[in-house]
Design a protein around this ligand. Structure first.
Ligand code: NDP
Length: 281
């Protein structure tokens, strides 16, 4: 019997941890899978996905920069993928792709489970309005936060995200340069890729932070250093990177494909040991 084929598509993809994570989940569950990383440029993505399906591919993860393109290629999508307008998990159904977005539930599980946060009634600042921000915003709202303020370098994208959430008053956009007018937040989430450049620094008003503020960077490894350094300097006592989210969103994908949710703590601990070398999902 042939082994079921899975993959992660991205560009670049060489440093992806997804094959390692999915292999560890499968081994722990006694399931045999063939899971590979496939590098596809935006121009090649649709053809590469077709070729993968023709070759027996039954499920895939999608990462930067293909999440919105993957959404457009799906015949059916979950409601959380529709709210995000982006897909990170593909499941082959007959001759078509079904798409889901597990980024948001992955973050919420990491925040409320591993890190023990109660999100209900919290004011949350979300930095960024790309695919990751669009994925996590609906899940934060569903988790019962009080208010979501979205700030993005390109303000029109923040406005578009706010419009897509359709909760006027509860979800608002703010100009990045005017953030000091927004008061303080119990949770600040960096969903930008601003920390990826050499010598990147993060500069935000210190007034965003109070004595209880938690700061979370969806990035991990070197890309998370600038934002988390700012958060510590601003007085945050609780700050962490996106490694836990990475593992939790992967577990949600695994469940979609195999019908069982894997235990995540051992995989998280193993990845944490390697964290200094991690670059991309
Ligand atoms: P996108 O390319 O879709 O969006 C990038 C975002 O970063 C945009 O909001 C962009 O703003 C902003 N940005 C980029 N450079 C700068 C800068 N120099 N200053 C300020 N803002 C900047 O990427 P994604 O949303 O998919 O991913 C964002 C990050 O989250 C990535 O680094 C990714 O690795 C990480 N991630 C982690 C996951 C995990 O499981 N831990 C899951 C998904 C993503 P603008 O609109 O102005 O261009």
């Amino acid at each position: 019997m042939s082994v079921a084929r899975y993959a992660v598509f991205g560009h670049p993809i060489a440093h992806s941890q997804s094959p390692r994570i999915q292999a560890a989940f499968a081994k722990a569950q006694g399931i045999e899978i063939d899971y590979r990383a496939i590098d596809a440029t935006p121009q090649d993505f649709a053809a590469a996905l077709d070729a993968f399906a023709a070759d027996g591919g039954v499920g895939a993860n999608v990462t930067l920069p293909h999440k919105e393109a993957a959404f457009a290629l799906c015949a059916t999508t979950t409601s959380r993928a529709q709210r995000a307008g982006a897909v990170n998990t593909l499941l082959r159904k007959g001759e078509r792709w079904h798409g889901d977005n597990t980024d948001g539930i992955g973050l919420v599980r990491d925040l409320t489970g591993r890190n023990g946060l109660d999100l209900r009634g919290r004011r949350v600042l979300l930095l960024g309005a790309g695919g990751a921000a669009r994925g996590v915003a609906p899940a934060l709202l569903d988790a019962g936060i009080l208010e979501l303020v979205v700030a993005n370098r390109t303000p029109e994208r923040a406005d578009a995200l706010v419009d897509a959430m359709s909760e006027p008053g509860r979800v608002i956009s703010a100009y990045w340069d005017a953030l000091r007018e927004q008061g303080d937040f119990e949770l600040i989430i960096n969903a930008t890729s601003a920390g990826r450049g050499d010598g990147a620094v993060f500069s935000l008003p210190l007034s965003l932070v109070n004595s209880l503020t938690t700061a979370v960077d969806l990035n991990y490894g070197e890309a998370a250093i600038p934002f988390l350094a700012w958060a510590r300097a601003a007085g945050c006592r609780n700050e962490f990177d996106g490694l836990g989210m990475l593992v939790e969103q992967a577990a949600e994908s695994f469940q979609q494909w195999h019908g069982v949710r894997p235990e995540t703590d051992a995989v998280y601990a193993a990845l944490r040991e390697r964290a200094a070398t991690l670059v991309t999902a």
